[in-house]
Each structure stands twice: as C-alpha cells, then as structure tokens.
Ligand binder design. Structure first.
Ligand code: MN
Length: 440
C-alpha cells in the first residue's frame, strides 16, 4: 500500500497561485497526468501535469534542467505522445517524479524561474487519450446498481448467485473510448419490445450513461503470473472518471447468453486527467463486507484490503441539453454518489482479473461498473433514476427526460475530501450525443 508522505501535506502551497484556491481540483497535493497540446495546433501531443488552472508542459520541464536522476528518467518518457512508457516504469519512478514535481512547484522553490515558461493555461489546450488503451475490461462492482438493473431486466431474479463471490466483468472494446469532449452518433441496432413477436431495427430509444471510475494499469504482469491483492498498488497507475455509454434497449435483447456487446461498444468517454494512486493515498478507507454476506475467498482478501482497500471519491452527474446551451443556462444536476459504496475494491478487481494468469499491460483500462449508491437518488444511470423509463425526470429548466436525447451532454465530476488532507479533484468528463446516422 502507498503511504502518505510530504507531497500530501495539506499545508503545502504552490507558486502557481490558482493552485492555492480551496475550490481548485488541482492543488499541489494532486498533480494528475494528461496528454495535451495547444488547442487547434499541429503540435505534438505530450505529457502534462495539472497545477491550479495551468498545465505544466512536461516536454518543456524535461529540458528545464530542474530535474535529475529517476525523476528525469520518468520525464524523458512523459515527452512521448502517450503515457504508456511512463506508466510501464512502475511505482518507484512515479513516486520519484511526484516528489520532484511537488518540490519544484512549491511556494519559494528555486525552480520557479526555470519552470515559469513551462506553464500553459488549461483553457488553451486540447487533450488526447492519456495512453493507448490496449484492452478494456468493465466490472460491475456496485451491488446497488446490479440489484436495481437486475430487477429491471429480470424482476424475478435480480441479483445472480455468483455476484457476491466473483467480481463480475466482461471484456469491452478499447477502440471506441474517447477523451472528454467526445461526440458520437446515437447507435443503431436490433431491439425487441417484451411483447413484440420479432425484433425491430433502428436508432436506440433508451440511451443511457454510466457513472464509473476508470482504473489505468501501469506496470504489467507476465502472462501466467497473477498480481496478488496487496501488490495491486504497484500496478495501478491511477484513476479517472469514466462514462460507459449504454444502449439499454439493444442490451436487453442481446445480452443473453454472452453479455453486453453492441449495447456498449459504440462510445465510452474518459476524463483527460489521471489522478495517481499515490495522490489518492489520503482518501483510502476501510473496506467492509457485511457479516451476513459471503466473505471473499483468500485471493480476494487481505488485512490491508480490509483496512485501506476502498477509495472515498465523491461523484456527480449533470445534464446539459441543447435548449440549456442555446439559452446559456447551466447544466442540470442529476445525481450524486461515491466510489466508497463499491462492493469490490480496485485491489480485488486486479487480483481477480489476473488470478488465472491473464496479463495486464501498461495503459489497460478497467471500468469499475456504474457506481450507484444505496439510495434511489444516488443512482449512476438514468435507467435507474427513471425506474426503467417509467418516471420522467424534471430538469432545472422544466424540460423532462426519461433517457438521453440527441444534443444532450452528460457531465461527470469527482473529488476527494478528508480531514487532515487537501481536497483534490478529477476535473470532469463530458460527452455529447449526436443524431443517429440512419436513413430509415
Ligand atoms: Mn459499464
């Protein structure tokens, strides 16, 4: 497990003054990574670290002469157009660069003079995916989501008997994952109403979002060598916000017997910033399994997982309709939840994924599954909030929604707060639906 250290000291401030704003997602205690370039330019994409409302350009920082040793070796890899090579280097390098960046960005640091010219306002940049995502696996770790979705798809049998023993997941598709700002066309496909004799074909009528955490693998494991639960932190580079767009009507017709397919592979959106596992150290919490539930098998259990396996990350979702944009109205709040409710931890997901010898590779993405909380209003999908499309939501401007409509943007945010720690945030992930490319 990664301990807190001087980089987490809540008393630290930065010479980048916007980082000292108590409401900033990116104080000096955070230091998340992204891939960026100047908006609309033909510059090469390269690594950046968020500090306040600025991006520290890591390709410029690499040439600044400020950094040495292992931290500089890490920076060498951060100049590349993807972070895969840096993520592959492992926790000792990630930790050395974090410490060096923290010291260089602190109030009073000598490095200020050399790094001033390495800052670019976040408002002036565009992002790419932070890494090449080779493989993507989506888990299903919220028992509240699994139970309420299960009740909609199988009223007589909502939670299948394996749920409390196995961290359930499926292999998704990486090619359609995009970075925040992603716009995609409403999917088209086969659906069948429960009372229809035959399926029909056309644009999805029940388009949904899923409020998830994304988990990026850094250091790989060899094929055949499982990652033990207490070793997971050495392999998980960090977390992001993740919207796993879902076509519920397509899903309902196709998902048996092999699970989700075209209902899930038309688009998924990640936030640009990866908040590192180390930055999240102050927000680890005990993970508890109800004594009336099955206790995890030995490979999914450890003292450290029980004492610090969970991450307390507050999450919220809002919707911005075309009408809101046209009228200059703010997005309308939909729900709030937390990753703390997850039935399985990140360590358990990694241990389970590799227990059969499966090799995870740098840049692989694990989705947590929709993070619905215990209360109805904490649901992480519109399908749950509207009880299967039966109860329309009334938005702040009076518009109504049962599912996501063309022109709607869904915006998710995440942040962490704990006593004795500086608040850090994930920024946001935003994605927008365009009309279907369908000519009847
Ligand atoms: Mn999902």
């Amino acid at each position: 497990m990664i301990e807190t250290n001087e980089t987490h000291d809540p008393a630290l401030t930065s010479w980048v003054s916007s980082a000292n704003d108590a409401h900033s997602d990116f104080p000096i205690q955070n230091l998340p990574f992204a891939i960026f370039r100047l908006s609309g330019s033909s510059e090469s994409f390269r690594g950046g670290v968020a500090i306040g409302d600025q991006v520290l350009d890591l390709a410029k920082a690499q040439k600044s002469g400020v950094f040495t040793g292992i931290a500089q070796q890490g920076l060498d890899r951060c100049c590349e157009p993807t972070l895969n090579a840096y993520m592959a280097m492992g926790q000792p390098v990630w930790s050395a660069l974090r410490l060096a960046l923290s010291r260089a960005l602190r109030t009073g640091a000598e490095a200020e003079k050399s790094l001033q010219h390495c800052l670019i306002p976040q408002a002036d940049v565009e992002f790419d995916l932070p890494c090449t995502i080779g493989d993507y696996t989506d888990f299903y770790t919220s028992v509240h989501h699994a139970t309420s979705i299960g009740a909609l798809f199988r009223p007589d049998n909502p939670l299948l008997p394996n749920y409390k023993w196995v961290p359930i997941g499926y292999h998704g598709r990486a090619s359609s994952i995009g970075v925040s700002g992603q716009m995609f066309h409403r999917p088209v496909g086969q659906t069948k109403a429960p009372d229809a004799l035959e399926p029909s074909f056309g644009p999805c009528k029940r388009l949904d979002y899923e409020l998830e955490m994304g988990i990026y693998i850094g250091k790989s494991n060899e094929l055949g060598d499982p990652i033990a639960i207490d070793q997971a932190d050495q392999h998980v580079f960090g977390l992001c916000l993740f919207n796993d767009w879902s076509a519920r009507d397509i899903q309902a017709w196709e998902y048996q017997p092999l699970g989700p397919f075209l209902a899930k592979n038309f688009a998924s959106t990640v936030s640009p910033w990866i908040v590192t596992t180390e930055a999240l150290a102050p927000f680890r919490k005990a993970w508890n399994r109800d004594e009336n539930d099955p206790q995890p098998l030995a490979y999914l259990d450890s003292e450290t997982n029980r004492s610090h396996g969970a991450f307390d990350i507050s999450l919220d979702v809002s919707i911005e309709t075309e009408q809101m944009r046209a009228n200059g109205e703010p997005a309308s709040f939909l729900s709030r939840s937390s990753f703390i409710h997850s039935y399985w931890t990140v360590g358990q997901m990694v241990a389970h994924h590799t227990v059969n010898g499966c090799n995870l590779q740098p840049g692989d993405l694990l989705g947590s599954g929709t993070q619905s909380g215990p209360l109805h209003e904490e649901a992480g999908s519109i399908l749950e909030l509207t009880k299967g499309g039966k109860e329309a939501l009334v938005l702040a401007n009076g518009e109504q929604r049962t599912f996501v409509e063309d022109g709607d943007a869904i915006i998710m945010r995440g942040w962490c707060e704990a006593s004795g720690a500086a608040r850090i945030g994930f920024g946001e992930v935003r994605g927008q639906v365009l009309p279907a490319k369908y000519k009847g």
